[in-house]
Every structure is written in structure tokens, then in C-alpha cells.
Design a protein around this ligand. Structure first.
Ligand SMILES: [Zn+2]
Length: 100
């Protein structure tokens, strides 16, 4: 009988722990590759990572409450980070689509 190791990570907003693959990963890129913060859809990029639930609520809060900045120790995150993350939320069916 095999036992599978499931990596567990913690959401920076609600502190809920989940299997790594159900969370979205944001990484702080190494200075030599330009630095800054980026979404890591593969979960395999190197660098320091922070995790957030794949839910629009947690993504919004993470950005608004500057959780990524604090977790990754960076001064700011890209303006489009929340949208990039939300685009990765599975089955994003009618989640507050506020089209102008
Ligand atoms: Zn969360």
C-alpha cells in the first residue's frame, strides 16, 4: 500500500490549510530575473512563495490587506495581480462580474 505525500500550504488571508494544488501561488522572483512578484500557475517556479485560496474573496482580501507584500517582504505587487489570480480560479462562474 502506497501513501502519498500531499503538500499542505496555508492561505495568507484566512489561514486555512489546503493541499498545495488547490491554492494559488504567488512568488517573489529572484532579483537576477528582474525581481518583483508574479503569479506562478505551475507551482514549480523557484523563489519565495505565498499561497492564497482559489477564491475571489481571499484574492481580493490578499490584495487589499497587502498580505502578499507582507508575506513576501516586498514593497508592492503588480496592479493586475488580483485579476491574474482570479483568472486562475477554477469554475469562475459569474463571480461578481461587474462589467461597465
Ligand atoms: Zn483563504
Amino acid at each position: 500500500m502506497k501513501t502519498y505525500h500531499v503538500p499542505i500550504r496555508t492561505c495568507v488571508v484566512c489561514r486555512q490549510t489546503s493541499a498545495k494544488k488547490t491554492l494559488l501561488r504567488v512568488i517573489r522572483r529572484p532579483e537576477k530575473t528582474g525581481g518583483g512578484v508574479a503569479v506562478d500557475p505551475t507551482g514549480r517556479a523557484g523563489g519565495r512563495g505565498a499561497y492564497v485560496c482559489a477564491s475571489p474573496e481571499c484574492i481580493e482580501k490578499a490584495v487589499r490587506q497587502r498580505r502578499f507584500e507582507r508575506s513576501l517582504n516586498v514593497p508592492s505587487v503588480p496592479a493586475g495581480l488580483a485579476d491574474e489570480l482570479k483568472a486562475l480560479v477554477p469554475s469562475a462562474e459569474s463571480v461578481g462580474a461587474t462589467a461597465p
